[in-house]
Design a protein around this ligand. Sequence first.
Ligand code: NIG
Ligand code: FE
Length: 387
Amino acid sequence: MGGSAGGSVLFDRIGLLYTADPEREELTDAALVTEGDRVAWVGRSADAPAADRRVDADGRAVLPGFVDSHAHLVFAGDRAAEFAARMAGEPYRAGGIRVTVAATRAADDAVLAGRAARLVAEMTRQGTTTVEIKSGYGLTVEDERRSLRIARTLTEETTFLGAHVVPPEADPAEYVDLVTGPMLAACAPYARWVDVFCERGAFDGDQARAVLTAGLRAGLGARVHAGQLGEGPGVRLACELGAASADHCTHLSDADVTALADSGVVATLLPGAEFSTRSPYPDARRLLDAGVTVALATDCNPGSSYTTSMPFCVALAVRETGMTPLEAVRAATRGGAAALRRDDVGTLRPGARADLVLLDAPSYVHLAYRPGTPLVAQVWRGGARVA
Ligand code: NIG
Ligand code: FE
């Protein structure tokens, strides 16, 4: 995602600085200084030290760059016709993934890499400075490996999702053996995480357990697609195995909510998927009131959520899942970092990576209040301006 800088930069006259740092989450009349690729100082504008360069925020808002902890960016083709059919009343089905698998297998490396890079560039322009990228549209040893090789050129947060769906040519039991054996061995060098789509029509609880356990044994961290289309064993499995995050969490039993709260596993909500599949939204209020850490991400993929926009997801989360604007922005920054077990991104405190967004608005509230409006004026990553 580019960007690193020498020297220091002073951002002053910030109307509202949202740091996402629990110690002092919001400051008015604020300033922030970056030194190299790190945040060096945060405080009142009147007290700010000098720096090599100055950016006058002129009363506008600054917040951490968004941490989009769930995205599927390595694929070819699109599924606009499937979307249109859904908007005419067809339901979303996990099996649509196979359409993208066929297109992805047929594409050459340069096409896949170019398309993924364009999606990351779209994200950057909308304020995302850290992105997780999954494989999962190759579903052969070689196609999964090349997907992760491409993802690795774009982010350090890469996830092996060979267990996205059973490909049409495979027998389910043999495919789980492939995913947990030779495919994992080929992919692990390019991956930080292992993920599984634990859902009716994809992988059941026993299969998901086998995939996650093998990934953990290979040294990867675990994350799980769970509770997207219905309640199932995925959330409790994530909690039992110490996954970093359970993603979707749209359909949860009371026991799931308790398990999330007790385990500290992050619940990552992906309201773009409910928007694009015209489905009931997850209940963030229930999770937050139970003490669960919540993250927000785009789930960018050609089937269920073809958006790269974290501002759009913030607006959806506020309007549709019961979050306040503050809770949604927290989930899109510090929450996403927690879902990736990162403490160097997602907050603006001294020592953190200098990833920040300057809005053309006086407050982050405007992200939800003015949906669909391009409010991201500047994006800085690692102390360098990237958009
Ligand atoms: O997170 N749930 C599984 N994977 C994607 C959907 C992928 C697709 O439909 O292509 C998701 O929503
Ligand atoms: Fe997903």
